[in-house]
Design a protein around this ligand. Structure first.
Ligand code: GLU
Length: 308
C-alpha cells in the first residue's frame, strides 16, 4: 500500500497548516453548558496504523468529551449482548434529520432510524441497562480494555449539566416510552445515556479504541464478544449514519466509516489499515467539527487511503 512511502508525521503537520485557514469558523456546542468551558481552538490528531506505527500532532493527548462517539461503543456492546434482536428495536437506515429530531420518531411509531441518532442511542442505553449488571462500570471497563488505560472516566459535571438542560433528549425518552420502546424508566435511561456521552478521551486513546473496528476482530476483550461479521455491520452503520444528516457528505469527501460528536471529536477507520481521531471543538451547523472534517478530507485525499 501507499502507506509506507509517505512521511505521515510531515503529512499531519502539513494538513494542520492547511486547515488553519478555517480556524475561528463555527461555534463550540453550548447547549450543554459545561461543554462551552473549553478552549474552542484546540486541535489534535492521532493516526494509528494496525502495524503498530502511530503519528500524533497538536493537542492529541488532551482529553475531551467524546459525546456521540460513545454511541458506537454502546451499540457495539448491545449488539454483542443481544445480537440481531437489537434491530427489532432500532433501524439501520440514515435518518436525514438532525440528531435530536422528534418528528421522525413520532411518524415512525417509536422505532428510531438508527442507533447513532439520539433516539436510537436511548434505546441502546435502555438495552444495556436491562442486560448489564453495572452498565456504568462495565462501559468504562470496555473503554479500559480497548485502550489499555484504566484512567478513562466519566465527567460527572458534563453529565449533570446535560441532565439539567437536555429537554429534547428527555422528550425523546418519554416519546419512546409511550411507544413501549423503553423498558426502564426514562429518567434512568437518560442518566446512563448522558454518562456515556460524558466519557473523556484523547485522540490517541480514541484512535486506539477504534482499532476494534479497523481490525474487525476482537483481541482480549471480554465485553462484549463481537464477531467479525458484527464489526463489519458496525462499520457499515458508521459509514451511512455516523455524521447526522451530513453522513453522505462525509462519505463523499472522506470515504471512511466514522463517528462524530458535539465535543468536536471525530473517529474513523480504514478497515485493515488504520484508525484516526481528530479533535477541534468548533462545529458547523450540522454539529460536526469543521477542522475535523477538513482534516480527514485532506488525509484521505493526500494519502489515497480511503475505502473508495
Ligand atoms: N449528548 C449529546 C446530546 O445528546 C450528544 C450529541 C452529539 O454528540 O451528537 O445532545
Amino acid at each position: 500500500m501507499a502507506a509506507k512511502t509517505l512521511d505521515y508525521q510531515k503529512l499531519l503537520a502539513h494538513i494542520a497548516a492547511e486547515v488553519a485557514r478555517y480556524q475561528g469558523q463555527g461555534q463550540q456546542a453550548s447547549y450543554i453548558p459545561e461543554l462551552a468551558n473549553r478552549d474552542p481552538d484546540k486541535y489534535g490528531i492521532t493516526l494509528d496504523f494496525l502495524d503498530g506505527s502511530r503519528y500524533c500532532f497538536g493537542d492529541s493527548e488532551e482529553r475531551f468529551s467524546i459525546q456521540s462517539i460513545s454511541k458506537v461503543f454502546a451499540t457495539a456492546a448491545a449488539f454483542g449482548l443481544i445480537g440481531d434482536q437489537l434491530w427489532e428495536r432500532v433501524g439501520v437506515e440514515p435518518s436525514g434529520n438532525p440528531f435530536n429530531s422528534l418528528v421522525q420518531l413520532e411518524y415512525e411509531a417509536g422505532k428510531p432510524r438508527n442507533p447513532f441518532i439520539n433516539a436510537g442511542a436511548l434505546v441502546v442505553a435502555d438495552i444495556l441497562l436491562s442486560h448489564l449488571r453495572d452498565p456504568y462500570a462495565e462501559m468504562l471497563g470496555f473503554m479500559h480494555e480497548l485502550t489499555g488505560n484504566s484512567t478513562i472516566a466519566y465527567n460527572k459535571k458534563v453529565a449533570a449539566s446535560e441532565f439539567a438542560t437536555g429537554f429534547r433528549n428527555a422528550s425523546l425518552a418519554f416519546l419512546l416510552k409511550s411507544f413501549d420502546n423503553l423498558h426502564n424508566s426514562p429518567r434512568d435511561v437518560l442518566d446512563l445515556y448522558f454518562h456515556y456521552c460524558s466519557i473523556e478521551m484523547s485522540c490517541t486513546e480514541l484512535a486506539r479504541a477504534f482499532h476494534l473496528f479497523a481490525r474487525r476482530n476482537q483481541l482480549n476483550c471480554q465485553i462484549p464478544d463481537l464477531t467479525s461479521s458484527q464489526l463489519k455491520r458496525l462499520n457499515a452503520l458508521m459509514l451511512t449514519c455516523g455524521f447526522y444528516d451530513e453522513s453522505g457528505e462525509f462519505a463523499f469527501k472522506v470515504g471512511l466509516p466514522g463517528k462524530s460528536g458535539v465535543g468536536g471529536g471525530i473517529a474513523a477507520v480504514y478497515p485493515g489499515f488504520y484508525s484516526v481521531a481528530v479533535w477541534s471543538p468548533r462545529l458547523n451547523a450540522k454539529g460536526n467539527s469543521i477542522l475535523g472534517m477538513h482534516t480527514l478530507e485532506l488525509l484521505t485525499s493526500k494519502s489515497k487511503l480511503s475505502i473508495f
